[in-house]
Ligand binder design. Sequence first.
Ligand code: FE2
Length: 167
Amino acid sequence: MDDRGPSASDLLAFVRRTAADAGLIASLPLDPEGRTWIRLDGPGGSEAWLIGWPPGTGTGWHDHGGSRGAFAAAAGELTEQSLAVRLPTEGWKTLELAEDVDRERRLSDGRGRAFGPHHVHEVFNASPSAHAVSVHAYYPPLPLMRRYSRSGAVLRLEEIERPEEWA
Ligand SMILES: [Fe+2]
């Protein structure tokens, strides 16, 4: 845990403030075929992004490599599915989740959520017809992301992505 730098609530304040910047939100190019993004200057050295989500697109299950963060919906609606348990971070390939660990929330109209360094979730635009736009911030800047697949109660670690692969 990195106690220096912006807190999760600082990041939430930033993403909510930025999501209310109509001119910035309107500047994001939207592509019906895939996600679009603009890198933003996050507060205190954080990593921040403006992301456009066509209908039906999403992230898949992932974590944030130990970074904390926040995101807010600037347009449309995003659905977040998350786990209400802290997973062991290392040393497993598949994990059977207990019952009652799944959480779902929907974010629209500038609403956001902050998350801690062990948060595992997937985010998607469930709308059949409307784009969504959101603002995200992470601190420390993402060192890696673990990607998971999910089959019923079984979570499987699929890959570990590092920033040099994201260019
Ligand atoms: Fe995420």
